[in-house]
Design a binder for this molecule. Sequence first.
Ligand SMILES: C[S@@+](CC[C@H](N)C(=O)[O-])C[C@H]1O[C@@H](n2cnc3c(N)ncnc32)[C@H](O)[C@@H]1O
Length: 267
Amino acid sequence: MKLVAAFALFSDLYVAVRVAFWPTVIDIYRNPASIFSISRTFMTHVWSVFAAPTDENGRLVKRSLLLPHATGTVLDIGAGFGHTIQYLDCSKVNRYVALEPNLQMHSGIRQRAERVGFRESDGSLVILSCGAEDTLDILKALDGPYPVDTITSVLTLCSIPSPERVIASLVRDILKPGGQILFYEHVLSPRADVAWWQRFWTPLWSFFLDGCRLDCPTHLHIGEMKYVDDDGKEFGMWDEGESWGKPGESEENLWWHQAGRFVKHVR
Ligand SMILES: C[S@@+](CC[C@H](N)C(=O)[O-])C[C@H]1O[C@@H](n2cnc3c(N)ncnc32)[C@H](O)[C@@H]1O
């Protein structure tokens, strides 16, 4: 791996510190308790600047992934400022549920959702401030068993502790049989040299960026997911599914992306 690619993280970290350092200091000055969630505060300021260019960068993949496939009730885990909303076809999506534990991002979600007609007043927009790991709270907030037709995750599973367990629980308990998960994530590279650098940088990167890890094999966790039937037999979770890369992306990118669509088994 070229050293310039291995050390690319520094230029991103430098820009992140430049845009978010002083706003974070000001937040802590105004609300000293925010020192206890300093990484989250820092990430809020980073993402308020980076969300739009990052969205632009993944636009083609996200459009072809989300626009034709997202239907019914969509649960968007880690909705951020709501950039995924623009890829939803409102004639096929009747409810957008944004799961976003960072309360400072909720107004952005609300604005983007209302722009395309999702409103809290008529129930077509639901904003939940729990984390993806809080399956019971999500079930309580939505109605009935298996309330979700589509789970979307855009650049979020890297920030969730124990993502393999969390996504399995969301798929098992919340996603309808025949429902789908659509994801676009940066993941662990299949190249050993790139993966080495991803593991090396992860402690530093996740310290600044609210737990975001470079070394999550999210696409493999999802693709290999199993369920166990009443007789204790193990089956693949999916009726169909595949994951694919971002066209034109360098193999040496520390943020190596995979998109995927998997359809839950109908028992
Ligand atoms: C890199 S941002 C991506 C946001 C958005 N999906 C986008 O594409 O702009 C990751 C998001 O995951 C959220 N997040 C962090 N931990 C989470 C958790 N445990 N459950 C759900 N979301 C979480 C963060 O607050 C942040 O908004």
